[in-house]
Design a protein around this ligand. Sequence first.
Ligand code: GBH
Length: 454
Amino acid sequence: MALTNKLRYFPTTFAWGVATAAYQIEGAATIDGRGSSIWDEFSHTPGKVLSGDTGDIACDHYHRYPEDIALMNHIGVTHYRFSVSWPRILPDGDSHHINAKGLAFYDRLVDTLLDNQIIPAITLYHWDLPSELQIQGGWLNSRTSDVFAEYAQIMVAVLGDRVKQWITHNEPWCTAVLGHLTGEHAPGVTSKDAALTAAHHVLLSHGKAMMAMRSTRNDLQIGITLNLSQVYPDQPSVESIRAASLQDVFNNRWYLDPLFLGHYPEELIDIFGKQPQFLSHDMDLIKQPLDFLGVNYYSAQVVAPSGDNESPWPVRHVTPKDRITAMGWPVIPKGLTDLLMRLQRDYGPIPLFITENGAAYPDEIVDGRIHDVDRIEYLSDHIEAIADALAHGVDVRGYFLWSLLDNFEWAFGYSKRFGIVYVDYTTLERTLKDSAQWYGRLIHDALSLPLNPV
Ligand code: GBH
């Protein structure tokens, strides 16, 4: 297989990990003083999540984390990316009341990981805003960015001696667009103005948190994770190229430009009818140098002009649908190579981590086994795409597979399975899928090959 020949491009220091997020796996929603989050409220609102699923129990990782870490150890991953549930730490969204039992959970989790020689990487915000902060306006209120910085500082003070890799936000685009424009995600707001404001306050909170974390410790690697999607024009016409560049502004540059260049792309006005409003000092906070950029990559998009001047959206998707996952997303591994090369060219050089990549497929358990050949092919093709970027000199430092476990897939509830470990939601029993065995072998092979650049 082609990938085997390319394993030599991965340095022996490469991070081979898996990723999860608190609300998607932990459950224990009312245990040990955890407060409510916007996702508790959203999932308990009829009609918001498929089949009325909630994260109340999820994979019960809160109680079963020793078993899950044993699984990771068995697979042989070197790193684990997880997120902290903000409402477990600040149940009423106020840093005057810190929940010691919440901190104790992450303390145990980190120690158990380290006992198993697994290096932890922490995401501070993977979408579970404390409900009390939402009542005060959530990401539409700039004060939320101050509380986020306090929360970040608390976490670093408690875990910074053992956890060195920190990610402030997971996918600000999703918070802004899915949470505040389309309303598919919590808090379910649908307004262009709200999306622009939420995005800005998320970026601002990232900047403030970086300052607070750096003032607490100077030995941390701090970054942010963006969901980035490579965009191609359907044909090399002026109109299609313009459509692709507008879609690229919307997917990618809306976040990349402020973080790396210190300004928003001018074309936001063509999408939102106006530019984000903010204080000039905000940009100084947002553009602070990052130690790394986290990249979540699932798919690419092919676009054409909408051809309808009345349409509020100037771009039409013509993405091929021949090879799609259970989410309906097309499988385009080459988009990852192109994206990584582009990041290096336009914003680099900067250390990059693939903080999520993976796929949902309709897995079936047959005689206790899950032969998820489509997932193995997806993963293999994308890891090969990373090897191609490494061969071109792009500084990719690690890969976190989404996800360790089947879990609560947001608005799709438990209907979509992204795990390399199957979860039976009745018994909560875990079963390794073939992809888990495959990934374990791959890690073993990658780490035992001598680094031999060609
Ligand atoms: C991530 O978000 C989340 O971080 C994670 O919690 C979640 O479980 C996981 O992905 C799986 O969904 O227009 O067809 O090219 C994913 C963000 C944004 C990725 C929209 C796919 C559209 C695909 N997604 N994007 S397409």
